[in-house]
Structures are given as structure tokens and as C-alpha cells.
Design a protein around this ligand. Sequence first.
Ligand code: ZN
Length: 373
Amino acid sequence: MIQNGIIADISDIAGFEASEYAKVYDMKGNYVSAGFVDIHTHGGGGADFMDATDDAFDTALGYQLENGVTGVVATSLTAAYEDICCFMDKAREYMEVPHTKKSKLLGVHLEGPFISVKGCGAQNPKYLMNPNKDSYSFIIKNRDIIKIVTIAPELDTDGSMTRELTENGILVSGGHDDGAYPEFVPAFKSGLKHMTHIYCAMSGFGTKAGVREIGLREYGLMTDNVTCEIIADNIHITPEMARFILKYKGADNVAVVSDSLRCAGMPADGRLYNLGSKYDSASLKVKVSDGIAMLADGSKFAGSITSVHKMVKNLINAGIPVVDAFKTGTSVPARIIGEKKIGSVKKGFAADLCELNENFDIVSVFLDGKKVK
Ligand SMILES: [Zn+2]
């Protein structure tokens, strides 16, 4: 039972009849889950959040809603400082106004610029920054909208940036690093609690003078109370890798993220797409082929074009129990960013719902109790 956009009750309503006060929606035996929550997405449908226009936000959030995602954390790219600020200003402005038929914008995720040169992945190394009080003060200033900041933890040598951000209610996430044990330990001791797309652009097992040593991946996996993101598109990580991570961490600590780019939901006909803002003349170019977005020179994976919903289906196909797979795309990401009223089908939660058929394909989507697809 839904009242004023909120799940008011869940009970057996066999025999319940529509009246002038209540409508009945018959899901005819289909499944219902909470709407998906994507805490790491750069855009889709031809727009990137870094374009920093209402149009771009409308397009990307419309694309997400089409794919059953009802809550989004818009993610920046390492870019010029002014461009990151522009993106945050637009996000704040956008969040203040109600929108129809768009995923809810829950806040922003800054992916960089405090990441390593070697681990920057598809991010432009030109704009990388080193942490010191002055350089990250802009993050504290925007704490009202920032949910997550991805940093290369070895750069925060004494953990002071991690501590300060954590004290300001921002989740610090490790990733895009080039660390060697124990360089990243101070950040963990200072509050780092999340891993940005684990196993992608992240240091791992290596040998130092013939001795095998762990990297950030393994340290994050084995540290309690540390959650992680996975890009479960069967390309960045295989189904077996997904099973390995889920077995190690448990479904309660894993969030699938799309890391989707402008080209998600767009034609893969050889055309080039801008990575990041379309107004940035220095922006790198991306090409889509065989279901993957690569840098135009073919050197690196750039992000995904797969939705959270498809990734949840991939996990089910990999043998993950259905309820666990859905958790990773709904309640876990919501909990990670501290949302207490979305991501679950529970009394008191927002009626953001997906109806799915027996193949887990989306039949309809509800936002605050209203059917939007
Ligand atoms: Zn990303």
C-alpha cells in the first residue's frame, strides 16, 4: 500500500477492492524490487554530468530511469578544477528543483582529481592534484552535496585528508591508485571505508625483490567494514571474479555500479564520444565496440555502457542467489551513501519500485508511487 509516495504498508490484500480512495495495480505474479541505485555513473543517453547543463542532467537521469534506476549519484571525472566546481554547482541547483520522469539525483561522487598518475585509468593525467589542506578545501566547502570522493590512498600519506573528509560526512573511497603495502594503510586507519570499482585501475598482488606482496585490492578485501563497488558487466570483471569478490565480502558489502559514460544507450557505430565534458577541448575520446567503451586508441577500458539492472542479471546468471544479486543494486548502494529511506521495499521507504518478469526484465518502474515506465 502506497500513500503520498511512501510505502505505507505491506500485507496480504487478497480481496482488496479499488475504491474512490484507492487504485489497485495488478502485477500479475511478477516480481517487485526497489528501484536500482547507481552510486558511480558519469552519464548516458548522449550526456555526461560534466557537461554541467540542465539538459545533460535531464538526459543522463532520464536514461537511468529508463533502465530502472531511481536513485543516482552523479560522478565527476578528473578535470580542470573550474569544471569540477561547475559540475557541483549544477548538481546542487538541479537537486533543489523537482523533476518528473528522471532518476532522483542523490548527490555527487568526485572521482579524482586526487588519484595517481599510473592508476588514473581513462582519466586525463593533466588535471591530477596532490592532497594538501588548500587543494582539497573545495571538497569540504561542497560537503552538502558530496557523497563519495575517490582518492588514491597512498597520496594521503598521513591520513589527514581522509580524516577531515570523513569528519565532514563524506565517504572516502580508495581507487585509481599506484600504492604498495603499507603506503595505503594510513588512509584506512583514518576512515577510508569503500573501494572504487575494485580490481579496476587498482594495485594488486605484486612481487618486491621476489617476495609476493598484497596491493590495495587485497587490503580492501580483507579489511572489515570496507565496502566495494564492482563493474559487473562481464568485461571489466568476469562472472568468476564477481563471484570471488561476493564470496569474500558478502553481498551486504558489494554495490554494483555502472560507471556508465555518455555513450551508454547510444549507437556503437564507430563514432567517437567525449569522455567528460563535451565543452572541454582537451577531453579524451571514447569509442564503443563489442559492448565496451575503450579510449579511442584502444589502450584502456574507459567505463561501461551496461546498466545496473543488466549487471544484477549478470550476477544471477553467474549463480549468485537472486536476493543477494538485487541487494547489490538496491539496498547496499543506498546504505553505503547513508540513504535511509530508499533502496528497500519496506514500510516507510519511498515507493521507488521496479516490476520485473520471470526473466528479471523490467516491466514497469514507479517513482514515489507513480508509474513512470
Ligand atoms: Zn568512473
